[in-house]
Write a protein that binds this ligand. Structure first.
Ligand code: IVH
Length: 671
């Protein structure tokens, strides 16, 4: 009996998988919805009666996983690269020329041309043909594990088709939200007073990054795959087109528009063709991608920083439209920057209604000679905020109004200041200015910073306006009673927020540093600082010079960092935050990037202030190597009294020489 049930289950799974494949991948269904539903229900029923027979790759297992509290980090074995952009045909020809030169060939290069989907790059890992892990691209080397969310996407195979599949394969592709699904989602959201997504890309990203897979399951997401990362137990395909065929044979959806080009001219033909078809496509694209077809050549070409030399994204120009500037308002950002924003007569551009456009700053307003009442050409490129390209001067009405920078901040009435040589005007109110306060708190709570779930824009506005929160540290002092007294805030949501705040206290040092909103300190800089200092305390007494020895930290950022930590108010906020229990895993010394890593010192002669051993130890503690002899690789030679041949050698090789006094000064930087 059991054997029969097992067989039936197996048979049902195979049939359902086949129907799914025909429906979603070939878009050529073989049975009616009714017949399909019957098979699916039978399988569900049998699995319910025999839970021990449920397997991860069963078609019933697309939804049902429990919500998670956080996404685990996934290290990409093969990094997920990004692409260089080209905007003109000349840039595309130059790309082709660079490749021919590097490969030292005069034979035309063959390419594969692919639409560039505007979605989210992901990686799917299959072991013995079974889907075991899915991750976002993240920063290219580390992504977030979103296996259960990806599982809910119908075009993600839970099991590879056929029986000729490798031991391990990492498949890369783009998750996107088709235009129709996006519009329907937003319509529903509007009705329910929920968040409206600005574009399909944001909608796809927001849907994939849901802690609850049941929400992802309700979102109309799709996947096209375009490459193989890791492949074990099978020969790597020789060309990109072979890789795509192989992926197709395993049951993945590959974009049907993809086409081969014998040379770069044919790539440009593809660009034209797809450009004409763009409106009719059921998904958004922002350009096309050309990839060298031969994988051997790809490997020979390699990559520079984060982008391969063998591929390029040829972007479509930004879409433009004509509309009218009805008014201009001034917005105050987190750093106090006062930005003129044009309120436009609503206009539809590439799929969205545009109501605002940034005018950047007053220099731009002057340069483009923009007035209120003007008819203007606006443009919108991908994710970027729409901007005004130019004014249709001939249409200027007689009552057009000049745009004037206010002398005081529209929010806090502090003076507005424009620094010599800087285009940006700033409110001088600092954290006293509610706009800066609000923005600082929004930034602090945001996903990549402290990730306080549920603390969105509206709530921050409410909290600041109610006078409950004046700085990030105040957040952790909020009580259930205070929160419940806010308008539209039920006790349950208030408790949820308190829970989220509590949860956010366990963080990482880079996140914490990033969340402080120090000017010019983005995630990468925050990471470098964390690696270097290992803790927050050393930053309180940091100097410009010390900061500038850190990778990615130039003089400007260094100045902002020092100024930030010198400000008593900021130190107080940090102290309060620490006192409320914010903590992170200590960064061990081994993991830290020590300031003198990669530097080699040679000590010679007699030092007055310490023994050779002591000097050596000091240097080694800072990560430097101390060598016995001078070579071209030596970074510095420290010269004490009666130095001999090593000094001569250093002079010959042009190696930097430090006297003991210089050395003492040098070490002071690292206290
Ligand atoms: S290949 C080897 N192919 O564009 C380079 N990327 O700007 C890796 N994208 O992160 C990407 N369509 O999210 C490739 N046909 C396509 C693509 C594509 C969209 C996205 C992807 C990537 C980004 C790079």
């Amino acid at each position: 009996m059991k054997i029969n049930i097992k067989n039936r289950i197996e048979q049902l799974r195979q049939e359902i998988n086949e129907h799914n494949y025909r429906y979603y991948i070939l878009t050529d269904p073989a049975v009616s919805d009714f017949e399909y539903d019957n098979l699916f229900r039978e399988l569900q029923q049998l699995e319910q009666e025999h839970p021990e027979l449920v397997t991860q790759d069963s078609p019933t297992q697309r939804v049902g996983a429990q919500p998670v509290s956080d996404f685990a980090a996934v290290q990409h074995e093969v990094p997920m690269l990004s692409l260089e952009n080209a905007f003109t045909n000349e840039e595309v020809f130059a790309f082709d020329k660079r490749i021919s030169e590097r490969l030292e060939t005069s034979v035309p290069i063959e390419y594969v041309c692919e639409p560039k989907l505007d979605g989210l790059a992901i990686s799917l890992r299959y072991e013995d043909g079974i889907f075991v892990q899915g991750a976002t691209r993240g920063d290219g080397s580390t992504g977030e594990e979103i296996t259960e969310n990806l599982r809910t996407i119908a075009t993600v195979p839970l099991k590879l088709r056929g029986d000729h599949f490798p031991k391990v394969v990492d498949v890369r592709g783009e998750v996107f939200m088709p235009k129709a699904g996006f519009l329907a989602l937003n319509e529903r959201a509007q009705k329910n007073n929920e968040k409206i997504f600005a574009n399909p890309r944001n909608a796809a990203a927001g849907s994939l990054r849901q802690l609850d897979p049941r929400i992802t399951a309700k979102r109309p997401l799709a996947l096209y795959v375009y490459s193989i990362g890791v492949l074990e137990g099978m020969k790597f395909p020789e060309t990109q087109s072979e890789a795509l065929s192989l992926l197709k044979s395993w049951g993945f959806a590959v974009n049907p528009e993809i086409s081969n080009a014998k040379n770069i001219r044919e790539c440009l033909d593809f660009y034209e063709r797809i450009g004409k078809k763009r409106e009719k496509l059921t998904y958004e694209i922002d350009g096309v991608v050309y990839k060298v077809n031969s994988i051997t050549d790809q490997n020979r070409l390699g990559f520079v920083s984060r982008a391969p030399r063998w591929a390029i994204a040829h972007k479509f120009p930004a879409e433009q439209a004509v509309t009218m500037i009805e008014d201009v308002e001034f917005q105050v950002g987190r750093t106090g920057a006062v930005t003129p924003v044009a309120r436009l007569k609503p206009v539809f551009v590439s799929g969205v209604t545009v109501r605002n456009a940034t005018l950047h700053n007053m220099d731009e307003v002057k340069r483009k000679d923009i007035h209120i009442g003007d008819s203007v050409i606006i443009q919108r490129a991908g994710d970027v905020i729409p901007e005004v390209v130019s004014v249709l001067q001939e249409k200027r009405p007689v009552n057009a109004k000049k745009i004037v920078l206010p002398s005081v901040c529209p929010v806090c009435h502090s003076n507005i200041e424009t620094i010599e040589g800087e285009a940006v005007a700033r409110c001088t109110g600092g954290l006293f200015c509610p706009a800066q306060r609000k923005e600082a708190i929004k930034h602090f709570a945001s996903r990549r910073a402290m990730d306080i779930e549920g603390l969105g824009e509206k709530l921050v506005d409410q909290l600041v306006e109610a006078g409950l929160v004046n700085n990030p540290a105040d957040l952790y002092q909020l009580t259930l009673q205070q929160l419940s007294s806010l308008e539209r805030m039920a006790t349950k949501s208030a408790q949820n927020l308190l829970d989220a705040l509590e949860k956010s206290k366990k963080t990482t040092l880079p996140r914490f540093l990033f969340s402080l909103g120090i000017r010019e300190v983005g995630e990468a800089t925050a990471k470098s600082l964390a690696k270097y200092f290992g803790d927050i305390a050393p930053l309180f007494s940091v100097t410009d010079e010390m900061l500038q020895t850190i990778r990615d930290v130039g003089p400007v950022v260094a100045r902002y960092i020092v100024a930030f930590f010198n400000e008593a108010h900021n130190r107080k906020v940090i102290d309060m935050l620490m006192a409320s229990g914010i903590e992170w895993k200590k960064i061990e010394k081994e993991e830290r990037e020590l300031p003198l890593a990669n530097k080699t010192f040679v000590l010679t002669g007699t030092l007055q202030h310490f023994s050779r051993e002591e000097a050596k130890e000091k240097l080694e503690n800072l990560g430097a190597k101390v060598a016995g002899s001078v070579s071209a690789k030596t970074s510095y030679v420290v010269v004490g009294e009666d130095a001999g041949s090593k000094l001569v050698k250093a002079q010959e090789l042009g190696v930097a020489i430090m006297s003991e006094d210089m050395f003492l000064d040098f070490l002071k930087n690292y206290h």
